[in-house]
Design a protein around this ligand. Sequence first.
Ligand code: ADE
Ligand code: ZN
Length: 339
Amino acid sequence: MQEAIARLPKVELHLHIEGSLEPELMFELAARNGVILPWDSVEAVRRAYAFSDLQSFLDVYYAGASVLVTEQDFHDLTWAYLQRCRSDKVRHTEIFFDPQTHTDRGIAFDTVISGITRALDAGRDQLGISSQLILCFLRHLSADAAMATLEQALPWKDRIVAVGLDSSEKGHPPEKFQHVFDRARGEGFLTVAHAGEEGPADYIRQALDLLEVRRIDHGVRCVEDPELVTRLVAEQVPLTVCPLSNVKLCVFERLEDHNLKQLLDAGVCVTINSDDPSYFGGYIGENFAASAEALDLSIDDLERLARNAVNAAFLETERRDDLLIEIDQWRERCESGCA
Ligand code: ADE
Ligand code: ZN
């Protein structure tokens, strides 16, 4: 099974690039830029990764992101993630970035996106990994601040496929950003949103009805509203589920308690992703491996999860078809017993 997972061609749809900052790179960039961190060693940072909820994580995550200053820093961060993608057999990835985390510290929007896109272009050319970029608005900040960020993004429209919503969920419902998302769709962006991670099932409904999202990020609290689950199945709304994240942030006590398999069996278009792999103890391969073990996933389940991700991705038909063929080939190899 672990060998089959290692070989499975994967698509990642929920990855915060700032959440892939490994402590070693954090310290290297802090030294490079003269940034003082609240921790004095790599081990001390790792010890700080004991979270009680989403907010306790976000406090550490924003502190870590303060080492990212130059275009080269954003490039190096993204390049390091793409190397992990190569080891995990990720064939396509859709990356979130949080421009406000940087522009609010005086870093130019162009610095952030130039560094990220330079690495993504090299990832396509040198590693054969295709990608898309999704701009996330920080929901604990105002709708006006999100609108100003959207305006900064307009010159980069051809490099940003969608806008999303992340950060502290509770108390910041999707409806707060309806106007911003209306404008974003009017400008040609697709939309996604974090909803139903810590927040109630109603936030998932709001994201669908008011923000007209194409996917829900997390969405695991949908099970509290059975009619909503029926709708997610009928409309095949993809959920980008992040199993190790959900355990680290205490959404589920143990991975064995996670509802991923229940949702898959109910016909929901669920996918497996890593969220903030450096902080949550694993990249996508580890999320697949740990979930398969804890939830007793079968080869059929793995295939379904992989196909769901391809179908949920913002991909052109030709690339989508190629990735589906790669999954067919993986399956044939599994059947012939040498996976
Ligand atoms: N930003 C980074 N990771 C996040 C998560 N899991 N939920 C909300 N905002 C985030
Ligand atoms: Zn997330």
